[in-house]
Design a protein around this ligand. Structure first.
Ligand SMILES: [Zn+2]
Length: 125
């Protein structure tokens, strides 16, 4: 089994509405998002997936949130808090639909860093 990881980043503000502390106030993060891809077979070049392709797909997935107030954007505008947990699931569900996964490769997880020391890993199970 091979495990590959690529990283993208975006900057955005949010509020964790209802949080009993300062995270309820408007603030921003330099969000870092990792996509973790797994698979057993390599292509003719010896690659699991092309780093360039998966990195572009991941950056395209997060770009719509760059320099935004996340609470005002779908699906958060409906009342879902834009926590790292919810962002990780939403990015997972968006990226897994991209046509970059070939043969037996699949998206194993998305990790969202709210800061260098705090992150959430979302996997399908
Ligand atoms: Zn925050």
């Amino acid at each position: 089994m091979y495990t590959l990881k690529v990283e993208a980043a975006f900057e955005a503000a949010h509020r964790v509405v209802g949080y009993p502390g300062k995270c309820d106030r408007l603030h921003g993060h330099n969000w870092v998002v990792e996509a973790i891809v797994e698979g057993k077979t390599l292509d003719d070049l010896g690659m699991l997936v092309d780093f360039k392709e998966i990195k572009r797909a991941l950056q395209d997935t997060v770009d719509m949130y760059d320099h935004r107030f996340l609470n005002e954007m779908s699906p958060f505008s409906a009342g879902l808090n834009p926590t790292a947990e919810n962002l990780a699931r939403i990015f997972y569900e968006a990226l897994e639909k991209q046509p970059v996964f070939k043969r037996d490769t699949h998206l194993a997880g998305i990790r969202v860093f709210e800061s260098p020391k705090t992150s959430v890993l979302y996997t399908k199970d």
